[in-house]
Design a protein around this ligand. Structure first.
Ligand SMILES: Nc1nc2c(ncn2[C@@H]2O[C@H](COP(=O)(O)OP(=O)(O)O)[C@@H](O)[C@H]2O)c(=O)[nH]1
Ligand SMILES: [Mg+2]
Length: 270
C-alpha cells in the first residue's frame, strides 16, 4: 500500500516577532507619482504587519491624480504612523527619496526602508529585511532580484529582463560595488549609513539615485547584505521611467566614478 502523504500542518498566523525587533523605529519612505489606486492597499498591508515601530512616510510630488489627498486620508486613519511630505512638482524619484530619507532620519528613524508604491516590492519581505539587518549587523539590506532565489516579475518580457540584467552588469563593471543588484529599489538602510551616504550631495534626480547611494555607503565601508525577493509587476498604472531618466542612468555611473577619483570617499562605516 502506498504511504499516505503527510498531513499538511494547520495554517497558523506567523509567530510574533521578538518585541525589541517589532518595536524598532523603522520608517518606510515611499515616493509617489500618480499612485492613488495603488497606495491604500500597500499602506494598509504595511500597517498590518505587526511591527508597531513601523511608520510610513509618503513623498508625493503633487500628483495630478490626487495621490497626495489619498495619502492625507490614510494619515488621518493611522495617526502618528503615516505621514505625508508634499512636494510642489515632479522632480524625479531620486530627489523625492533624498527629501524623504533625510526627514525620516531627522525624525528619529533607526532604519529607513526604500519601497515603491506600485506593488512591485511585496510587503511580506519587510520583516525579513529588518530581521536581516538586526541579526547580521548589516547597515544595508538589499531586496535582491539577482541572488539565488531572487526573481523578476514573470510578466516581464525578454527585452525588459535583458535590460535590467544588463543595467546591473554595466553598473557593476563601472562602479564595482560588489552588489549583484545595485539598481534595486527595495533597500533597508541603518540611519548612520543614510547619513554617511550624504543625501545633500546626491547628483541623480532619477533612478540612478539607487546606484549612487549604495556606492557611497559601500565605499564608506558599510556592510551590505542581499536577500532574495520576487519582484512583482506593478499592480495598476504606468511606469514613470522616461528616456531622459534612462540616459541619466547610463551616464551617471561614470560621473560618480570620476567624482570619487577626484574626491576619495571616507571609510567611516562598518
Ligand atoms: N515623488 C515621486 N515619485 C516618483 C517619481 N517617479 C517615480 N516615482 C515613484 O517611484 C516608484 C517607482 O516608480 P515606477 O514608475 O514604478 O518605476 P519602475 O518600477 O522602474 O517602472 C513609484 O512608487 C512611483 O510612483 C517622481 O518623480 N516623484
Ligand atoms: Mg514600478
Amino acid at each position: 500500500m502506498p504511504a499516505s502523504p503527510p498531513t499538511a500542518p494547520a495554517v497558523r498566523s506567523p509567530a510574533p516577532l521578538p518585541d525589541d525587533w517589532a518595536g524598532t523605529a523603522l520608517t518606510v519612505v515611499m515616493p509617489t507619482y500618480n499612485e492613488a489606486e495603488n497606495l491604500p492597499r500597500i499602506a494598509h498591508d504595511l500597517m498590518d504587519l505587526g511591527l508597531p515601530g513601523l511608520r510610513l512616510l509618503v513623498v508625493d510630488d503633487n500628483s495630478p491624480d490626487g495621490t497626495g489627498r489619498v495619502a492625507e486620508r490614510l494619515a488621518e486613519q493611522y495617526p502618528g504612523r503615516i505621514g505625508v511630505l508634499h512636494r510642489t512638482a515632479k522632480e524625479g524619484l531620486g530627489k523625492a527619496y533624498a527629501a524623504g530619507m533625510h526627514q525620516a532620519v531627522a525624525d528619529g528613524a533607526a532604519y529607513v526602508l526604500q519601497m515603491d508604491a506600485d506593488g512591485s516590492h511585496p510587503v511580506e519581505y519587510v520583516p525579513q529585511l529588518l530581521g536581516g539587518a538586526l541579526s547580521t549587523g548589516a547597515a544595508l539590506v538589499v531586496g535582491s532580484r539577482y541572488v539565488c532565489g531572487g526573481r523578476l516579475a514573470p510578466e516581464w518580457g525578454l527585452h525588459r529582463r535583458l535590460l535590467s540584467r544588463w543595467a546591473n552588469r554595466y553598473v557593476s563593471g563601472v562602479l564595482r560595488t560588489g552588489l549583484r543588484d545595485a539598481t534595486a529599489g527595495f533597500v533597508l538602510w541603518r540611519a548612520d549609513a543614510v547619513r554617511a551616504a550624504r543625501l545633500d550631495r546626491v547628483r541623480s534626480s532619477g533612478y540612478s539615485f539607487q546606484v549612487e547611494l549604495k556606492y557611497q555607503a559601500v565605499g564608506a565601508g558599510f556592510t551590505a547584505l542581499e536577500i532574495p525577493i520576487h519582484f512583482e509587476e506593478r499592480r495598476i498604472g504606468a511606469s514613470k521611467m522616461s528616456a531622459a531618466v534612462q540616459i541619466e542612468s547610463a551616464i551617471m555611473p561614470w560621473r560618480i566614478r570620476l567624482a570619487s577619483i577626484r574626491t576619495p570617499r571616507s571609510g567611516a562605516g562598518r
